[in-house]
Design a protein around this ligand. Structure first.
Ligand code: ZN
Length: 314
């Protein structure tokens, strides 16, 4: 059985694990990141990789990494990564020098798309989309069995297509009403803040406002709290607009919902969302897109980056 190392580089942590051809994970290691200094990040990555490789030796056929930002596939240069404050960092070269082996690198959301496509809910399809709804909102598309990359590796940046240009929240990217600003975990929280004055007896007010989080809002909605439900419904409306746009652009067979918020119960998320997207779908056959919770959860990135190292791009 062949194994590869998959690495998931997030804003606050780095995780690595060995993954076999069937997508099975073992030997997972994680470290918190105290800074985004390039040299430091490379050395923390090396620590988790060395641990993950232990005991597998020659059975490891490659190393892959998913990292946030726009990454030049050919040169391995991170062109820009707002989360890390990086621009034009020759990241792959630095990693290869430190690890002493070749490394494949790709945007983290695209890596997660590969993982979920090959070993999760995308298995057996040729037209697939992953939307990761966490603190931010990202994604990736597989069209005709190929991962869409775009001219300059920008395909799949669904979080920054505008859905509410006039009335939306300000996005981290500087625009107003981006899909991410409206329909990420952060978006859900902002909806809850926006409607809060109408619900003085909300269960959320048992906690100081500064400590509210998106999970509290979805829990309040699941428990039937009127404030939670009002915020959740606004969030769902915005989510359905963006997802319906994705259906119109790429007509996927399956859309998987990943990330922390994406893992919410079907009764609250996938089922109503499917109905709402259907209502917004006009020129694509209705009722033919399956919207489901992603199967791999937080492991999609690790599995996908390992598959990238093992098989190359789908
Ligand atoms: Zn944006």
């Amino acid at each position: 059985m062949k194994w590869a190392i998959g690495i998931d580089l997030g804003g606050s942590h780095v995780a690595a694990a060995a993954v076999n051809e069937r997508g099975k994970i073992k030997s997972r290691h994680k470290r918190e990141l105290a800074s985004h200094d390039v040299k430091y990040v490379v050395s923390e990555i090396a620590k988790v990789v060395e641990k993950a490789i232990e005991g597998l030796g020659k059975r490891i056929v490659g190393i892959g990494i998913g990292a946030p930002g726009n990454i030049d596939d050919k040169t391995g240069v991170v062109r820009f990564s707002p989360n890390f404050g990086w621009s034009d960092v020759p990241f792959r070269r630095k990693l290869e020098k430190r690890l002493g082996r070749s490394v494949r690198i790709l945007n983290d959301a695209r890596c997660a798309t590969i993982g979920e496509y090959l070993h999760g809910t995308g298995k057996g399809t040729k037209e697939f989309a992953l939307i990761t709804i966490g603190t931010g909102l990202g994604g990736g598309f597989v069209c005709g069995g190929k991962l869409m990359l775009g001219n300059l590796m920008g395909a799949g940046e669904v979080g920054h297509h505008t859905i509410r240009p006039d009335t939306g929240f300000v996005c981290n990217c500087g625009k107003i009403g981006c899909f991410e600003a409206q329909a990420s975990g952060q978006g859900l929280l902002r909806h809850a803040m926006a409607v809060a004055p109408s619900f003085p007896y909300s269960v959320l007010f048992m906690t100081p406002k500064e400590q509210w989080g998106s999970k509290m809002v979805s829990r309040a909605a699941a428990a039937g709290d009127e404030h939670g439900l009002a915020a959740w419904n606004r969030f769902l409306v915005d989510l359905s607009i963006g997802v319906a746009n994705i259906v119109a652009f790429t007509n996927p067979e399956v859309i998987a919902l990943g990330g922390g918020v994406g893992q919410t119960d079907d009764a609250l998320l996938a089922i109503p969302l499917t109905k709402m997207v259907d209502e917004l779908t006009t020129m694509v056959p209705k009722g033919q897109t399956t919207i489901v919770r992603a199967k791999l959860g937080n492991d999609a990135g690790i599995v996908g980056s390992a598959m990238l190292a093992m098989h190359g791009l789908p």
